[in-house]
Design a protein around this ligand. Structure first.
Ligand code: EPZ
Length: 416
């Protein structure tokens, strides 16, 4: 396994280009099961999860090509089983359920299993699809879904689930009649999926609000589409510039979709200046502490919780972080403590006290955003930090060493 070695203490200076969004590209790739014609996607990030999704599309009977940041998908002979050895590595595979049920009346998808940040069931997906006429049985670790065609329904989610909303958007786009999704997720990535489905001829309106209307159509056609930039990757480099006291320009930064994050960092006395589609991040004084509570969009995103916690470790007065979305998303805390942070956990809250400095040490990555927070902290820590099991990071951060060395960080990859 590989590790990332970081010589910390150097303020970042320069430009970082934000890549395409992992969490928009994953559902959009599953939606490529739906049309008859070819799909061409641009601005697709080269990440492990994207390669995994393309392998799943191949297993489900699609021809795919991935060169540079462009993907083409052409459905040949649709199959309906998503195997365990693939689904266990990527929970988002469950997003093939909606398209397969809608088109083939059948889907056999391995239960995603838990992951480092919690149980993450898919009960809300299944309950909503049952309202559209699907029936499910769980046997030997697989969810087996069947239906005689899906019919539009009026669905209210108990929780604004991102994946659940995405699965239902895809299923409803080619179901019989109208579907209404209430308490739907409003995340920008959900909106990007809806825009892509509409580019293929779907009739979706209200995406970005809590009530989405979908008028089913018989079949979708091929399309070309550019995936939105990754707001969480952008937020991660913003945190890295803030914690190191540098000055960095984020190119192609989705500022509007990062409102809650930008206002938190402004409260921490980080200067943020929007320049067209770029964002200038500058921190010259001391970081001021803030309190953070993660919420569904447009609230503060849970995917930025670990990264802002790293910054709070060095902020005057520290802050309290409440994680309201996942039941176990503090795996980075003990590793940050190894770097000298002062953090106390109490249920789903973390009390962070600002310390004067962090000191480099070997630390262990556990999930994607926990790894990102260890890298952010390592960039500010004095001396050397080795972040082990860096494969977690490769799931969501394209060319991370190149991007960081491009703004003056001393970072390289080694065998553990
Ligand atoms: C998406 O996961 C993202 N992943 C996650 O990003 C992100 O943290 C999450 O949304 C919340 O914003 C992708 O888009 C690929 P949910 P998803 O369904 O769809 C519970 C990253 O780091 N729940 O909104 O799984 C669930 O257990 C990843 O890029 C149910 O109980 O999120 C969780 O506690 C991590 N039953 C909460 O809701 C269900 O049927 C949020 O889940 C579905 C969800």
């Amino acid at each position: 396994m590989e590790k990332l070695v970081i010589e910390g203490g150097r303020p970042l200076q320069g430009k970082v280009r934000v890549s395409g969004s992992k969490n928009a590209a994953l559902p959009i790739l599953m939606a490529c099961l739906l049309p008859g014609g070819e799909v061409r996607l641009r601005n697709v990030p080269r990440l492990r999860d994207i390669h995994t999704s393309l392998r799943l599309l191949n297993i489900l009977g699609c021809e795919t090509e991935f060169s540079g940041n462009e993907v083409t998908v052409q459905v040949r002979e649709l199959k309906t089983e998503a195997p365990y050895d693939l689904v266990k590595t990527m929970r988002a595979s469950v997003l093939c359920m909606g398209p397969l049920l809608a088109l083939k009346g059948e889907a056999k998808v391995s239960l995603p299993g838990g992951c480092a940040i919690g149980a993450r069931p898919v009960d809300l997906h299944l309950k909503a699809l049952e309202q559209m006429g699907a029936q499910f049985e769980l046997s030997s670790g697989y969810i087996h879904g069947r239906c005689n065609g899906l019919r539009g329904a009026h669905i209210t989610f108990d929780f604004p689930t991102v994946g659940g909303t995405e699965n239902l958007l895809m299923a409803a786009s080619v179901a019989e009649g109208e579907t209404i999704l209430e308490n739907a997720a409003r995340e920008p990535e959900v909106q990007d999926l809806a825009e892509f489905l509409n580019a293929m001829g779907a009739k979706i309106s209200g995406h970005g609000t809590s009530v989405i209307h979908i008028q089913g159509v018989p079949r979708l056609h091929g399309a070309e589409y550019r995936v939105m930039p990754d707001r969480i990757e952008a937020g991660t480099y913003l945190a890295a510039a803030a914690i190191t006291g540098g000055e960095v320009v984020l190119e192609d930064c989705p500022c509007r979709e990062l409102d809650a994050v930008l206002s938190k960092f402004r409260n921490m006395d980080v200067e943020l200046e929007e320049r067209g589609s770029d964002l200038l991040v500058r921190r010259s004084g001391t970081l001021r502490g803030v309190d953070v509570t993660t919420q569904p969009y447009p609230g503060f995103p849970t995917d930025m919780q670990a990264q802002i916690m790293a910054c709070l470790c060095l902020a005057e007065g520290g802050g309290v972080i409440e994680e309201k979305i996942f039941e176990n998303r503090f795996m980075h805390v003990l590793e940050l403590v190894r770097l000298g942070a002062d953090i106390r956990l109490k249920g789903r809250s973390a009390m962070v006290r600002g310390v004067r400095s962090l000191v480099g040490a070997p630390v262990m990555a556990s999930d994607l955003r926990a790894s990102a927070s260890l890298v952010v902290a390592g960039l500010a820590a004095r001396g050397r930090t080795d972040v082990l099991r860096i494969y977690h990071l490769d799931r969501g951060y394209e060319n991370i060493e190149e991007k960081l060395t491009g703004v003056g960080a001393r970072v390289w990859r080694e065998e553990e």
